[in-house]
Design a binder for this molecule. Structure first.
Ligand code: DSN
Length: 430
């Protein structure tokens, strides 16, 4: 076998990893669903457990030699249960999408009625979008936020559920800045005899430390990813009541997946251990404080946010009535060294690849150690870029504003070095 180092054997890929590492170091990361894992999580994810096939579950595998991966999966399950207080957990889903798929396949028949939040109102592709498997296989009916305040009206949701009579209601979002009321979702489900699934992919870290109400007492199924606010490796997870445990496990494997990614399951276990430490709660509190500071400063500069602000880690800059699109602002921010993503906003009139919004989140910058002062600085930079592009002066001033923001980004990144791993210390800005 090849025994050369990655650098020696494959300098092309090595170089790409170095450049990606430098990009992460030198730019301000505001993508609400991204984060930086610790060296310990990265080590487990890059470990020899990647070599092991382990179809099945601890103690009941289809392969020999599973004694150590069994221990790792059991530990991941025990820690997840302690963290979220759930009855049963399956840590094998490769992603949030697969976690959601497993729940759907375990409790629905093709063509069954389901309700989920509209994608442009904050939902996720797997909550019933017509181009997604969910929209193709099941009869999804979307619920939406209100036009006036851009939040969910729970009385209307309950009334809609009684009319639609879905078999399952999906709560949870990828771009909804306000807290979700799981008790009201349960009322909606009970009103029409539906099951309730809550997808906490974005807010899992906040839920784990009690800064967002937990859906566990209300939901039949709770799905999540492990890499957003939870700051673990890329992956998914399903929590459910004991009565659904066997169905969920069967649906994940052999239903929709084969061999679990044991290196990632080991890394999930490490992330859960980190999340059980008191300083993880402090980190989550800072994410929220930073989101408040960023939102208030943006509003103070005259920018418009969907629903007027946030009470989570995420917010959406609304460009609904502006001359510029989310796509243009995403590009301009990127040129200056600020990474964010264009995002549709409720009642958007632009196409999904253009959009009238930009989604911003604070988990990654908070991991870097930035606080409220830095959020105000970042808000000022974003405001300068948006105004520059909106007024068209980015074309007449030779990109002077963008260049000025790029310098401020570099200075800020130098003050908060990203030292989460030895490979993440590379910088292009030296
Ligand atoms: N793509 C993720 C996000 O950015 O929110 C959701 O799966």
């Amino acid at each position: 076998m090849n025994t050369k180092s990655l650098q020696e054997f494959d300098p092309e890929i090595f170089g790409m990893i170095q450049r990606e590492s430098a990009r992460q170091t030198d730019k301000i990361e505001l993508i609400a669903s991204e984060n930086f894992v610790s060296p310990a999580v990265l080590s487990a994810a890059g470990s020899v457990m990647t070599n092991k096939y382990a179809e099945g579950y601890p103690g009941k595998r289809y392969y020999g030699g599973c004694e150590f991966v069994d221990e790792a999966e059991n530990l991941a399950r025990d820690r997840a249960k302690e963290l979220f207080g759930c009855e049963h957990v399956n840590v094998q889903p490769h992603s949030g999408s697969q976690a959601n798929m497993a729940v759907y396949f375990s409790c629905l028949e093709t063509g069954d009625k389901v309700m989920g939040l509209d994608l442009s109102h904050g939902g996720h592709l797997t909550h019933g979008h017509p181009i997604n498997f969910t929209g193709k296989l099941f009869d999804f009916v979307s619920y939406q936020v209100e036009k006036e305040d851009e939040v969910i009206d729970y009385d209307k949701l309950i009334a809609q559920a009684c009319k639609v009579k879905p078999k399952l209601i999906v709560a949870g979002a990828s771009a909804y800045p306000r807290k979700l009321n799981f008790k009201r979702f349960r009322e909606a489900a009970d009103a029409c005899g539906a099951l309730l699934m809550v997808d906490i992919a974005h807010i899992a870290g906040l839920v784990a430390v009690g800064l967002h109400e937990s859906p566990i007492p209300y939901a039949d199924y709770v799905t999540t990813t492990t890499h957003k606010t939870l700051r673990g490796p890329r992956g998914g997870m399903i929590m459910c009541k004991e009565e659904f445990a066997a169905d969920i496990d069967r649906t994940v494997m052999p239903g929709i997946q084969g061999g679990p990614l044991m290196h990632i399951i080991a890394a999930k276990a490490v992330a859960f251990k980190e999340a059980l430490e008191p300083k993880f709660a402090e980190y989550q509190r800072q994410i929220l404080a930073n989101a408040q500071a960023l939102a208030e400063a943006l509003v103070g500069h005259g920018q418009k946010l969907v629903s007027g602000g946030t009470d989570t880690h995420v917010m959406l800059l609304s460009l609904l009535n502006a001359s510029v699109s989310g796509k243009k602002i995403e590009k301009a921010l990127d040129r200056a060294g600020i990474t964010a993503n264009k995002n549709t906003v409720p009642f958007d009139t632009r196409k999904p690849f253009v959009t009238s919004g930009v989604r911003l989140g604070t988990p990654a910058v908070t991991t870097r150690g930035m606080g409220e002062g830095e959020m105000r600085e970042i808000a000022s930079m974003i405001n300068d870029i948006v105004n520059d592009v909106a007024s068209g002066s980015d074309k007449t001033n030779d990109g002077a504003v963008n260049a000025n923001v790029a310098e401020r980004v570099k200075a800020l990144c130098r003050r908060f070095p990203l030292l989460t791993s030895t490979t993440q210390t590379a910088s292009l800005a030296q």
